[in-house]
Design a protein around this ligand. Structure first.
Ligand code: AMP
Length: 172
């Protein structure tokens, strides 16, 4: 995985001053690295039943959909408000400045569905917490949250519900 993560590009002061953005697009562009990353994200769940992967807009779609195909699971998008066409459930969450929200189609999950959350980066944890809350409200059994990268200094995992394992391939 060292080769894969050597391709992650640090973009300073994006999207605002003081943020170091972890840009995974060079990983997505490299066929061997992209394949290795998807295999590594899926590996802990290879022997488990996973009904659906829940991916967070937008880079969670890229990773989550590929992980879903790898595991033989379905895919559910968690989107920014107003993007999903049918009836939705919404969860708001705090950002450094102001609030944002995520939506799921109201019929995305059936009670007992075994669900894996996938995103590229966990920073403060608010986004993942909102996505997990939406899935759990529909009765999904979230088996784990999986991230390519975790920004340890923000301790985002402390915001996530206890009892759902949190995996990250690289801690920075
Ligand atoms: P948070 O809610 O603070 O955990 O933010 C997580 C979401 O924002 C994820 O969907 C990430 O894609 C994105 N994100 C937050 N911080 C960064 C960062 N430093 N580099 C790349 N993506 C980030």
């Amino acid at each position: 995985m060292e080769d894969v993560f050597s391709l992650v590009r640090d973009v300073r002061d994006f999207p605002k001053p003081g943020i170091v953005f972890k840009d995974l697009t060079p990983v997505f562009r490299d066929p061997a690295a992209f394949k290795a990353l998807i295999a590594a994200l899926a590996a802990p769940f290879a022997d488990q039943r996973v009904d659906a992967v829940l991916g967070i807009e937008a880079r969670g779609f890229i990773l989550g959909a590929a992980v879903a195909v790898h595991l033989g699971a379905g895919f559910v998008p968690a989107r920014k408000p107003g993007k999903l066409p049918s009836k939705t459930d919404r969860e708001s969450y705090s950002l450094e400045y102001g609030t944002d929200a995520l939506e799921l189609h109201s019929d995305a999950f059936r009670p007992g569905d075994r669900v894996l959350l996938v995103d590229d980066v966990i920073a403060t944890g608010g986004t993942a917490r909102a996505a997990l809350a939406l899935a759990q409200r529909q009765g999904a059994d979230v088996i784990a949250s999986m991230f390519a990268l975790e920004l340890d200094f923000l301790n985002g995992r402390s915001l996530l519900p206890t009892g759902i394992p949190v995996h990250s391939l690289l801690h920075v």
